[in-house]
Design a protein around this ligand. Sequence first.
Ligand code: IMP
Ligand code: MG
Length: 191
Amino acid sequence: MPPCSRDTVSMTTNTYQGLEVLYTRQQIAERVAEMGAQITQDLNGEKLVMVGVLKGAAFFLADLSRAVQADATFDFVATSSYGNGQRSSGAVKLIKDLDEPIEGKNVLVVEDILDTGLTLSYLRKVLLQQHPKSLRIATLLDKPSRRLEKIEADYVGFSIPNLFVIGYGMDYAERYRNLPDICLMTPDHPE
Ligand code: IMP
Ligand code: MG
């Protein structure tokens, strides 16, 4: 894997030096374009409500929505997630609910990472209570080896092993979300 290029990091500090790139912005863009084309095809001309899971999916939703050719609207939810680091807090709860009802609509949940599956299992259950016409899941990354709940995404960008990643919206203790590439976070990386 190539080292994180200098233009992916802050121009004023060396804080991110040593981070390795797992997927470059070009690789991400190509894959997101493919996913958008597939989603467009599956929609068959119907309308779509894209529900982004804050905050990690912000960039993915922004890019994926522009790769989907459909009459689409956005909504956002937020759940409790990883605490202050790489360890999961375990319990999932809704911190921010939908703004608009989704009954009878085609819903696409847009998530950054499907990891243990706790978040998306919970979200799917909560959203299905509103009786959408359809409910699909798009995740940029999937870590199938980490699954605790039985859940799969309908659209997966990249399937990865048990690595902790940052960038392109994904954080470590709220930092690094603005890295344009997806980089590896090693446990011994200095904070
Ligand atoms: P879950 O374990 O499937 O419930 O995933 C919950 C959330 O944990 C994901 O939506 C991510 O926001 C976060 N997460 C899981 N793995 C990583 C990672 O490698 N880097 C950053 N965030 C992660
Ligand atoms: Mg997330």
